[in-house]
Design a protein around this ligand. Structure first.
Ligand SMILES: [Zn+2]
Length: 130
């Protein structure tokens, strides 16, 4: 039944939750080549990367990590390797650095705060593609 013109409309529930992710450099028995040290870290909350004050992070390992992070932010099937595997090797084959990706918590966002595409339009587009 449609709402009457004077009835208050409930705000649409457009909330969704993502995992907060932390990436930390871990040592191996091989020396580091890149400018990352054991214990260096950064965090990802929503679309924002956070680095500790004064700490840098090399570009090439960051570029290798970036494609994995959105998947780690989202729920994955328990049998999916994305769920079980958390240690990623540095892309420099001579570097002993590795990176542990940890889900540290969750943050809830609203669809309307992160995109200008209305939910109804997205729903219609997705059903048309199915
Ligand atoms: Zn490295």
């Amino acid at each position: 039944m449609p709402p009457t013109p004077d009835a208050p409309r409930a705000a649409p529930n457009d909330a969704f939750t993502l995992f907060d992710v932390r990436v930390e450099v871990i040592a191996t028995d091989r020396p580091m080549v890149c400018n990352h040290q054991p214990g260096d870290w950064f965090a990802l909350v929503g679309e924002n990367l956070h680095f500790p004050p004064g700490q840098s992070f090399p570009l090439y390992p960051l570029a290798a990590l970036l494609p994995l992070l959105p998947a780690k932010q989202r729920p994955t099937h328990p049998h999916d390797w994305m769920t079980t595997d958390a240690v990623i090797a540095c892309p420099d084959p001579h570097c002993g650095g590795q990176f542990r990706i940890t889900r540290t918590g969750t943050t809830t966002f609203r669809h309307a705060d992160v995109t200008r595409v209305p939910l109804a339009a997205a729903d219609l587009r997705d059903s048309a593609c199915a």
